[in-house]
Design a protein around this ligand. Sequence first.
Ligand code: ADP
Ligand code: MG
Length: 729
Amino acid sequence: MSTLRFYAVKEALDRKPVVIQEISKRRSELFCSKVFNLDKMKQYMNREAYQSIKNAVEIGQKIDREIADQVASGMKAWALEHGATHYTHWFQPLTGITAEKHDAFFEPTGDGEAIEKFDGSQLVQQEPDASSFPNGGIRNTFEARGYTAWDPTSPAFVMGTTLCIPTIFVSYTGEALDNKTPLLRALQVIDHAATQVCKYFDKNVKKVISTLGWEQEYFLIDSTLAATRPDIMLSGRTVMGHYSAKGQQLDDHYFGSIPKRAMAFMRDLEIECLQLGIPIKTRHNEVAPNQFEVAPLFEEANLAVDHNSLLMDVMNRVAQSHNFKVLLHEKPFAGINGSGKHNNWSLATDTGVNLLSPGKTPMSNLQFLTFFINTIMAVDEYADLMRASIASASNDHRLGANEAPPAIISVFIGEQLTKVLDELENVTNGKLSPQEKTDLKLNLVGKIPYVLLDNTDRNRTSPFAFTGNKFEFRAVGSSANCAGPMTVLNTIVADRLMTFKQEVDKLIETKKLKKDDAIFNVLREYVKKSKRIRFEGDGYGDAWVKEAEKRKLNNFKTTPEALKVKVSDKTLDLFKRHQIMNEVESHARFDIELEEYALRIQIEGRLLGDLATNHVIPTAINYQNRLVENVKGLKEIFPDDYMKYAKEQVEIITTISEKISGIKSNVDKMVEERKKANNMEDVENKAHAYCNKVKPYFEKIRIDCDKLEMMVDDELWPLAKYRELLFIK
Ligand code: ADP
Ligand code: MG
């Protein structure tokens, strides 16, 4: 076996689960121990400062400078007690997971002494030297004028020896340079819109929050084995590699017990997460070998998004101490399932009501139906924007590959609710007859909680499914920042709720309809209008692709195609109208995402070219030479009829030559296309060129490489094989 691969496999086989020091405390005691939450603030701050933060969190009130000083002082005291020596403004730039720049509390006073210094100004605003963060041309790079600003709605925490302060990242002219800022704006808009609609049903509602519960899938690979694979190290996925004889066919991993080393990792991950306030609840194996999932209890969306970003970061660190590499890529291995990140989403009132949970009374069910149908209507109207919100080079591998939802956005609601909507559709226009009202309220709306009890038919093939008390956006990729899809979802639902309110009010005013009649009337129209987006069948089948085409639902298979919608007039107008993003901000994101797409394909193309040229071809030639020697030897011994004995060898020699020449010519062509793409000025053209001209060579090159992997002596093969990478103990 090639030396490197040999030692890597040996090391991986010899490994034992890592035992990190025993923690005797209960999980509940660990929870939030490293978070400066309201509870801690009460202890470390005076009443005034505490109340001020509480108001900021609950009603979005601004915090003035003096209070910020007090908060900083309390935060510093707490952080120092928890071993922090540095602080950082922690933010989510437009690419990558999170960013931070550490500053020490330590400050010499000039007389040979020093103090720990941290006040309001350092808490509230910082100017990271951030010229290298993607900004899509918003800031001139030479100016590098962006700043981070404290987000008091997400509590600070201590990670290692650093106090991390969640912040937004904006330019000096006020444009958002990060993922969080538009999300916070969208959450404000949905709060406002949903609260107004809630008032039809309950005047006491003052605030509505958006809730998010993500489910993170990932792969664990032994770190030494991963190190034999430049593709895994540099792109997070294998660009070649023949399927293992045993993959996921037996489904034994999904139901099996968690491997010991993985279990030890999960245990540490959980402890770390709980201390940081991430309420991890479940862990289990996933469908593919070495694939796992971790999921928390749902939280307010901004916090949940921060917690997911933090989790991805923590996973990488914890994995290192367990000699693992975590793969968050959507498709690390061909032929076995990739990873997603389901986003469970709902809306909740400050009176404790989940607006997507059917209630006990007809009235609360009318409220449920209102939010339920408005959401469906919003998705129908902005399906393409939803698709764009989850587009990435890595997620392209997964969508529509019969393991995840297709790239066509649709909504699944289940048989029972379909019946309810069908009945609603037939309600007469205008004023409802007393009989209809009774039917609707008692027989239909009144029955919802009961019918849902047995609503177990979950459709795993739907990108956006109603699952009893929430919608589940399943098409989100495992490496994504949830802020993108959550910004879109909350904005489009808010937009629809606002229109809904206007339409209902208009019917009440002009047609003198009663409130309920007006609501039923508007909902009926929405049910009719949004019918095409509802799909209960198999989302993986070809039949759906054809049906969707008839329904005029788009099927954007690639990222460059899907992203276009981000700068359509309709999208620009939507975001502008609700002050989520102005045109500059929208265009900047579009450019950055296209640029990132092109870069990722470029990196993968280089990796594939290098591996094929430097690893695969030399190894194949090496093996071929052995065969040639063998044939020569046979010829010496049997000069007259050596072909009788060398026929197979010669065949293999020929095939190897064919494969090598196939690889060589395809790599050359790919490089040519890459050169052309690189010379393109326009980022959109460049992304399309990478997608349509460069990427198609990947599969061609890979097939030949994978064939050679199966032909060449196993002893010689330099890269860890799927069967070695994928079955940890
Ligand atoms: P499952 O779908 O596996 O049966 P659950 O329905 O309990 O499990 O929840 C799956 C995920 O949905 C969890 O991450 C959970 O936190 C989240 N979730 C549950 N209720 C809500 C809600 N109201 N809003 C957002 N997410 C939710
Ligand atoms: Mg799920």
